[in-house]
Structure formats: C-alpha cells, structure tokens
Design a protein around this ligand. Structure first.
Ligand SMILES: [Zn+2]
Length: 211
C-alpha cells in the first residue's frame, strides 16, 4: 500500500505526475476544491447575483455547476440557470427539479454580451490549445477570449487538467459524458506533457503572467 502524500494516513490511489505523489480520494477532492476556489477568488468570478452555466453533460460542466452551487446555493438572492445543450437537456432537467435551478436550452454556444455571469467549462487543455492557436495562427484576439475572466464570462477550471476533472466527477458519482478531444494541437501538447509532466501548467502560467 502507498500512503497518501498529503494526509500520510490513507491509501494513496490517485497519482499526480507533476507532483510525483499519490493522493487518497478525500485529499484529492480537497485539493481540487481548493484550486477551484483559488481561481474563483483570485479572478473575482462570482460577484453577480445571476449565474448561468453552460451545461453540456461533460465532467467539467457537472463540476462547475455543483462546485459553485455548493458554494452559493444557500443564498436566497442568487439565481442559477443551466444553459443546456440539447444532448444534455434530460440531465439538466433532472438537476433543475432536484435543486430548484432554471434550465434553458441553447442552440449554439455563441455567447452574447449579457449581464449575468456565464460559467464556461474550459479546462487546462482547452486553455493550452487556444493559447497555441492564438500564437501559431496569429489570432491574437483569441487571447482575450481565454482569459480566466473576460467580462461576464468566467472559466473556473481554466488551469485544471481534464483527467483530474473527470476523476473528481467519477468520485462524486456524476453521470457525465466523456470529454471529446476536439482540438488539433492537443495530441502534441499531451506528448510534451508525457515527457515533461507539468508542461501544460508552465504554458498557462506564462499566459497568466502576460496580463
Ligand atoms: Zn490523504
């Protein structure tokens, strides 16, 4: 048995290669919660009384919603809406019924300027991918689009690896749809990450230091 690198008491089951340590389920959940809270606080992501979530049934969309709902759900003055894709609508309606939040179906993900805060599901890989496209294809306007907070659009998971988000979603028993790799540069980024664990973090840290 390998002991957890954090509590040093329980069985370490989840390996984080860039920390070179195993963690038990409870400590892993705690670490993830802290990281997401740090992002929310640092970028002042939740200063609004109206919060909408892009909900597509993916692990990031479950994690974003439940994390923030657990933080703020008891506030009577805050309203929550799931902006659900057609595919995820059935699950979104179940959540709506159970937790008393609103659901709206969205046809496409083109985001208009709205007053409410909109929570996006971008994870570390999405941030890396868009960052590389921005530089490689000289689409520098993209950089604004991937900031952790860009006006009313917020990305609480922008620096968290998809694998860890899916592990967390599994531990929480969310019945999520598998993340689809839609990205062109991602395979290359993943290869670099395999050789040098932590490479994706370095890229995003560099990005964060730019603004
Ligand atoms: Zn532990």
């Amino acid at each position: 048995m390998i002991f957890c690198g954090n509590c040093e008491k329980r069985n370490g089951k989840i390996f984080l290669p860039y920390l070179k340590k195993y963690f038990c389920n409870a400590c892993f959940i705690k670490i993830m919660r802290k990281r997401i809270n740090r992002n929310i606080k640092h970028y002042k992501m939740l200063n609004n009384k109206k919060i909408s979530f892009i909900f597509d049934g993916s692990a990031p969309s479950f994690v974003c919603f439940f994390h923030i709902f657990n933080l703020l759900g008891s506030r009577k003055d805050t309203s929550f809406t799931l902006l659900s894709t057609k595919k995820a609508l059935k699950v979104a309606k179940e959540i709506s019924k159970k937790y008393g939040v609103m659901v709206k179906e969205i046809k496409n993900l083109k985001l208009r300027k709205t007053k409410e805060t909109i929570v996006l599901n971008d994870c570390l890989e999405d941030t890396c991918e868009k960052l590389i496209i921005a530089f490689a294809e000289k689409k520098l306007s993209l950089i604004n689009e991937i900031k952790p907070r860009n006006g009313n659009l917020v990305r609480p998971l922008f620096n968290i690896p998809i694998k860890e988000i899916e592990t967390l979603a599994r531990l929480k028993n969310y019945n999520f749809l598998k993340y689809q790799q839609k990205n062109i540069y991602l395979n290359k980024i993943n290869k670099v990450e395999e050789m040098r664990p932590g490479a994706k973090f370095s890229l995003v840290n560099l990005f964060e230091s730019l603004f």
